[in-house]
Design a protein around this ligand. Sequence first.
Ligand code: ATP
Ligand code: MG
Length: 411
Amino acid sequence: MTRVIIYSGKGGTGKTTVSAATATLLAHKGRRTLVVSSDPAHSLADVLGKSLSREQPTTLTPTLSGLEIDTVYEWRRNLGGFQQFISSTYSSRGVDRSTAAELANQPGLDEILALQRIMTEAESGRWDAIVLDTAPTGNTLRLLAYPEMIIGGDTGRKLFDVYRGFANVARPFRRDMPKDKFFEEIGVLLEQMQKLSNFLLSTDVSIRLVLNPEKLPLLETRRAYTFLSLYGLLLDAVMINKILPQRLELGAFFDYWVDLQKGYIAEIETSFTPTPLFKTFLQDSEPIGLARLLEVGQKTFGEKDPGSLLYTERPIWLDQWNEEGTPGLYELCVRLPFLEAEMIEFERTTTDLTICVEKWHRSLALPRILYNCTLGEYRYEDGILRLEFREEEESTNAKRQIDEDLFVKLA
Ligand SMILES: Nc1ncnc2c1ncn2[C@@H]1O[C@H](COP(=O)(O)OP(=O)(O)OP(=O)(O)O)[C@@H](O)[C@H]1O
Ligand SMILES: [Mg+2]
């Protein structure tokens, strides 16, 4: 079994540093560890202070290897025919070759190819642990959850079969029909998407979110937290990085920032409880090179094993009951092991919900489907807060009207 840890988070928060520090610590503990970056910016090599091959893992120490995934290489290896077909389609429509090559690089496929490479490495049996440092895009998270969507799931698969049949019939008459290699690759890709989806949802894989104690990373991380939880990916830690050291006299200028961070750290604590939190202080210089990274890793994880699955419960989920034609009724369930049930109050905006118990409050990003719903009753049992959300009659009617109008137009 290979343990796979994926670090994700907003740009510049320290994903690469924390990934490299985690991997260095794991390797130091004797686990055969591979640290991988799927970021085309290739800062992993800079952080490690070593050059890395883009094709095969580079051995850094007896237990640590590194790899910067080169999506162009992965493309060629896996999808040469697919890319050729797409770019030849564009160039036959007058788009010049280099632009066509760019266009053939469909958004999301880079990440999918990177995840696929991780899965292959995990299956190889060469590693006890793989740590993945992702690119700073909000998309990576969604792509983690929907490998199937890119290709279109079951519907996509059926369309694909029909198209393949059509292409076989039409090829003798039309030059621009894709070749067999194209279909072979897409067929394999579809199968691998299914496998990848199962792999990401397995208990060997977990996601950790990296953020700084600041407003925007906090808001973005809350959305990611809800999203990942709803989808059922294991989210086993939240990493707060670049905390200003509070024991030092930093001067009046920094007092403001230290205070501000303190407020956000408190808010992060309530936002993600009961998921374990780890804190990393801002170092006195950029943590670059294996020795510095090991130190950061040791200070961050303390006695905890960075390779273990640190949390296994799902913090947020959504239950749903609705029959055909009735307004939706949802129950949003939030794991909050320590509330006093009598005193709970709620503040609601379209996109967020704040749960208040006296001075304590917890804000969470609502699932999109609840944006148009009104909050109803709540129950609190066995450490789980269950909130009823009802789709508004009007919004159901409005939707039905739109559907009917569309139907009339189509007919
Ligand atoms: N705890 C820390 N103390 C001091 N410097 C840090 C710390 N964490 C990260 N840095 C520095 O902050 C910068 C950004 O860190 P890093 O590259 O790890 O972030 P990232 O989230 O991977 O960024 P990107 O989104 O661009 O990939 C780097 O210069 C790094 O050395
Ligand atoms: Mg990075």
